[in-house]
Design a protein. Structure first.
Length: 223
């Protein structure tokens, strides 16, 4: 049975319609309509089958779900060098926000100093979803331990008009306001972000259960 046949077995046409609305920037005919738990099961099958390398090297993929499975497989690679090389090979093919956002390679958590130079490079990329992935990795991995005050500046200095890039920058700062408030709130106080990003970051922070009520009230005054 091919991977396509496996996906067709578990597709859901109503879910396909829902997904097509979430990712309007890719052709709807490339979406099969497979739910995430099924995709994770298929990714595990691919990873454990011994055919993982062949799948990862077969780019570009024809379907949205294949791209999601690709990142899920990457996230299971245990060797850092192998994993980051596979990520770098795949990022130019990422064409929508769910693929960019779904997976976090487990090996990154144990190799912060090794992955940081790659994160810097990804954020600097002109490819929207490579930059978005880099910012998300910085948000996921470097807002708790190993945080540095230079990291919010790295994100704030990233400019671009793409909606999905700006939304990621706002998401980063909303999360930073929950985890590293003192280091991140000056970016709002001094209006160092683009106006749309500024307002969206405040909105998302105010909606977050992780931001204190006191901080929320102050952030509202900075709109």
């Amino acid at each position: 049975m091919t991977l396509y046949d496996r996906l067709i077995e578990v597709k859901d046409d109503k879910y396909r319609e829902f997904q097509a609305k979430l990712v309007p920037n890719i052709p709807p005919e490339t979406i099969l309509g497979v739910r995430t738990p099924e995709l994770r099961r298929v990714a595990k099958e691919v990873y454990e089958s011994g055919n993982g390398d062949a799948f990862l090297n077969d780019l570009p993929h024809a379907y949205y779900e294949e791209n999601l499975i690709h990142f899920f497989v990457l996230a299971m690679i245990r060797d850092f060098d192998e994993c980051v090389q596979a990520v770098e090979a795949f990022l130019p093919y990422v064409d929508c926000w769910p693929v960019s956002d779904q997976a976090t390679p487990k090996v990154f958590k144990k190799n912060h100093q090794k992955v940081l130079p790659y994160i810097r490079k990804w954020i600097a990329s002109d490819h929207v979803y490579t930059a978005r992935f880099g910012i998300r990795m910085l948000m996921n991995e470097f807002l708790d331990r190993d945080f540095s005050e230079e990291y919010p500046e790295l994100v704030a200095s990233k400019k671009g008009d793409d909606y999905y890039l700006k939304m990621m920058i706002a998401w980063y700062f909303a999360t930073a306001l929950a985890k590293q408030y003192d280091a991140s709130v000056p970016y709002l106080e001094e209006h160092r972000l683009d106006e749309w990003v500024h307002r969206k970051a405040i909105q998302k922070a105010v909606e977050s259960f992780r931001v204190t009520e006191e901080h929320k009230e102050y952030l509202k005054s900075l709109r």
